[in-house]
Every structure is written in C-alpha cells, then in structure tokens.
Design a protein around this ligand. Sequence first.
Ligand SMILES: [Cu+2]
Length: 67
Amino acid sequence: MEKQIIKVNGMSCNHCKMSIEKALKEISVNGTVNLEAKTVTVEFDPRKSNLEQIIIEIEDQGYEVEK
Ligand SMILES: [Cu+2]
C-alpha cells in the first residue's frame, strides 16, 4: 500500500469529508479527510489506483487540490 498526504482547499464540513471519502472508496482508495489540516491522507494499492486518478476524483467532487 502506498500512502500520500494531499493538500485540498474548499473542504469545510462533515459533508465535504464524507463525500470525498466515499468517492475515494469507489476507486478502491482508503481516504481520511482532516478538515483542520485541510488534508486528505490516502492509502492505495499502486497496482489499482494512482495519485493522478485520486486528484481527478477529488476535483470532480468540487474541491481544489494543491499541487
Ligand atoms: Cu462541506
């Protein structure tokens, strides 16, 4: 499993947290949102998912990923 911490802007409440975590789960990524730190910690199998795909998934939910 690969672990990465992504900086994400625009997450403000539990709804944001849940929608991102749910969207990531759908692409087999274990994501944990930290609202205070404005981060998403992701754990994934690099054979099944990749960071690019994860960023797209988060942006599709309407949030801005800091690159
Ligand atoms: Cu929200």
